[in-house]
Design a protein around this ligand. Structure first.
Ligand SMILES: C[S@@+](CC[C@H](N)C(=O)[O-])C[C@H]1O[C@@H](n2cnc3c(N)ncnc32)[C@H](O)[C@@H]1O
Length: 215
């Protein structure tokens, strides 16, 4: 294991924030899993979306750039090695803020989906929160506002059929530990995010969107 995300694989498999939550429940429900349903889980990380979908009978393929996450296919979200309309649904949870070109990735997800694309990601809060995210994790690119997500969906030709907003909570120190942020940077992150932390818990505003093709 040499790449950043492969080194983090165990931390993300074990992460309580990733293993469960209302956001995960919605991503699973809106993917409409069932026997014979095919789903592509993009940026599958510790595999929590795929596990839940498989429990409900879906045939799931996982794709991620990090070999250490042990996806079925190693590839980036903006170059998916699948034919057009290969999957009934495509899901992508808590990962788009790492993509270098989020619109290119959404276009690819839409291309390989036959019917629906479900995206869940952290929502933009402020520029100082973005600075904190980049310090905590150099692979952070950007969180987007819900209006930006709507424009990406429109550009990709997806009609927003379902949408939900929630604040996920994570232990602040666990959140810093997961990315092995150096101690000097942790102090600055604590300063930047201090007013978003209550009783040691950081609130992460999150949106879940289901887009439908051709409707
Ligand atoms: C926070 S984890 C994803 C969590 C996972 N989807 C879940 O629900 O538990 C972020 C993942 O995005 C992957 N990733 C980062 N950049 C990527 C890219 N450009 N294309 C595909 N995967 C990427 C990382 O390797 C990592 O596994």
């Amino acid at each position: 294991m040499t790449d950043l995300w492969s080194d983090r694989a165990q931390a993300y498999r074990a992460s309580a924030t990733h293993a469960a939550g209302e956001d995960l429940d919605l991503v699973v429900a809106w993917s409409e899993p069932g026997a014979g349903v095919t789903v592509l889980d993009v940026a599958s990380g510790g595999g929590h979306v795929a596990r839940r979908l498989r429990e409900l009978g879906a045939h799931v393929v996982t794709v991620d750039t990090a070999p250490g996450m042990e996806p079925d296919v190693v590839a980036p979200a903006d170059h998916l090695p699948f034919a057009d309309a290969s999957f009934d649904a495509v899901a992508c949870r808590i990962a788009a803020h790492h993509f270098p070109d989020v619109l290119a990735a959404l276009l690819e997800m839409t291309r390989v989906a036959r019917h629906r694309v479900v995206i869940c990601d952290n929502v933009f809060v402020s520029e100082s929160s973005e600075e904190a995210d980049r310090l905590r994790d150099p692979s952070h690119v950007r969180n987007y506002g819900t209006a930006e997500w709507h424009s990406f969906f429109e550009l990709a030709g997806l009609r927003v059929a379902e949408e939900a907003f929630m604040v996920r909570e994570t232990g602040f120190e666990d959140w810093l530990a997961r990315t092995e942020t150096p101690e000097d940077d942790r102090s600055r992150v604590r300063e930047l995010l201090g007013d978003r932390v209550r009783d040691g818990r950081l609130g992460l505003p999150t949106v879940v969107l289901k887009g439908v093709k051709g409707a």
